[in-house]
Design a protein. Structure first.
Length: 330
C-alpha cells in the first residue's frame, strides 16, 4: 500500500511538472495567437486589411498575452484547479467541450486498432520464434521491420490516395456521413465503422510490426531458459509448454508496453487523424498547434499526460501482479 501511495504522489508531481513545461514551451514557439489570427483574417475568405484585421481581433478576442508570464501561469493553474481549461481562440468554445467531443472518437478509433494489432502481433511473433531461421521467419521479420520503420503518416497518405481517392472504396475523411442522423441506430453505427476503416487500418499497419518483433525476441529468449528445457525433458505436452511456460513469460514485458500504449490512446495519432480529418484529440491538437491556440494545446497535452502517467502506474501494478518474482516496493 505504501508503495502505491509513493507512486501516486510521484505521478502527481510528474503531471504538475509536465503541465508547467508545456505551458512555457508553447509560449516559446515563434509567433503568437494574435499574429496568427490577424493573418487568418487577412486571407480568404475575409481579405481584410491589416488595420481591419487588428481591430477585429481586438474586438472579438480577449487574449491576455500582455500580462507578465508568471501572472499568466498563476491564472492558468488557478483555472485548472477549478476545472476551467479556458476558451479556444479558434472555435470560440470552452476547451473542455472540445476535449469531450474529440475524446470519444479517439478512444473508439484506437480501442479497436490496439487489440487488432496487439493480439495478432503476439501470436505471429511467437509462431515465427518457433521457426527461427526459416524462410517464413526471415520474411515476416523483414516485413515487420519495414512496417515499423515507415512513418504512420506515409501509410495514411497511401491508403487515403489509393483506397479513398483513386478507387473510392472508402470515405476519404470524417467520422460519418453528414447526411446520416447521429443516434443509436444500425445505419449510423455502420456508417461510423465504415468511415473508421482507413484510420484503423493505418494504425494497425504501423504498429503490428513492433509487436511481432518484440514477441519474437522475447519468445526466443525464453526458449533458451533452463525451466523450458526441464519441462521438455519431463515430457510435458507441447501445448502446455507453449502457453504456460513460454508464452506467459514472453508476453509479460509486452504488457507494460501495452498499458503505456493504452495511455497514448487518449492522445490519439495526430498525423493519422489530421490526414483523415477524423475529429479526435489528435486532430484538434494538430489544428491548435497550427493556429497557436494555447488553451486547446494545453488542454490536449494535459489529457495526454494524465492518461500516460496513470497508464504507467497501472503497468507497474499489473506487472508486479503478473510476475511473482517482482514485489511491490523493490
Amino acid at each position: 500500500m505504501r508503495w502505491i501511495i509513493k507512486r501516486f504522489i510521484l505521478a502527481l508531481f510528474t503531471i504538475f511538472f509536465s503541465l508547467t513545461f508545456t505551458f512555457f514551451l508553447i509560449r516559446l514557439m515563434p509567433g503568437n495567437p494574435i499574429d496568427s489570427l490577424i493573418l487568418d483574417y487577412m486571407g480568404p475568405p475575409y481579405y481584410l486589411s491589416y488595420e481591419e484585421a487588428v481591430n477585429l481581433v481586438k474586438s472579438f478576442y480577449d487574449i491576455e498575452l500582455d500580462k507578465p508570464l508568471w501572472m499568466q501561469y498563476i491564472d492558468y493553474l488557478t483555472n485548472i484547479l477549478r476545472g476551467d481549461f479556458g476558451i479556444s481562440y479558434i472555435y470560440f468554445t470552452p476547451v473542455i467541450k472540445i476535449i469531450s467531443y474529440g475524446l470519444p472518437w479517439t478512444v473508439f478509433l484506437l480501442s479497436i486498432s490496439l487489440p487488432l494489432s496487439f493480439f495478432p502481433g503476439v501470436l505471429i511473433g511467437m509462431a515465427i520464434a518457433y521457426k527461427r531461421g526459416s524462410k517464413l521467419d526471415n520474411s515476416i521479420t523483414m516485413l515487420s521491420i519495414i512496417l515499423r520503420a515507415i512513418p504512420n503518416y506515409i501509410v495514411a497518405i497511401l491508403l487515403l490516395y489509393f483506397l479513398g481517392i483513386v478507387l473510392g472504396i472508402f470515405p476519404s475523411g470524417g467520422s460519418h456521413d453528414v447526411r446520416t442522423t447521429p443516434g443509436f441506430t444500425l445505419e449510423y453505427i455502420l456508417d461510423v465503422l465504415y468511415h473508421s476503416i482507413l484510420p484503423i487500418t493505418s494504425y494497425i499497419i504501423v504498429t503490428i510490426g513492433g509487436w511481432i518483433i518484440s514477441m519474437r525476441s522475447n519468445t526466443i529468449s525464453v526458449l533458451g531458459e533452463d525451466y523450458v528445457r526441464v519441462a521438455e525433458a519431463r515430457g510435458l505436452p507441447e501445448r502446455r509448454i507453449i502457453f504456460t511456460y513460454v508464452g506467459r513469460n514472453a508476453i509479460l514485458p509486452l504488457f507494460t508496453t501495452l498499458a503505456i500504449s493504452i495511455g497514448y490512446v487518449f492522445g490519439g495519432s495526430v498525423f493519422i487523424e489530421s490526414i483523415f480529418t477524423y475529429p479526435g484529440i489528435g486532430y484538434f491538437l494538430s489544428s491548435a498547434v497550427t493556429s497557436k491556440d494555447y488553451p486547446v494545446i494545453q488542454g490536449c497535452f494535459l489529457i495526454i499526460t494524465i492518461s500516460v502517467v496513470l497508464a504507467n502506474l497501472f503497468a507497474d501494478i499489473l506487472y508486479s501482479r503478473l510476475d511473482p518474482r517482482i514485489k511491490m516496493g523493490d
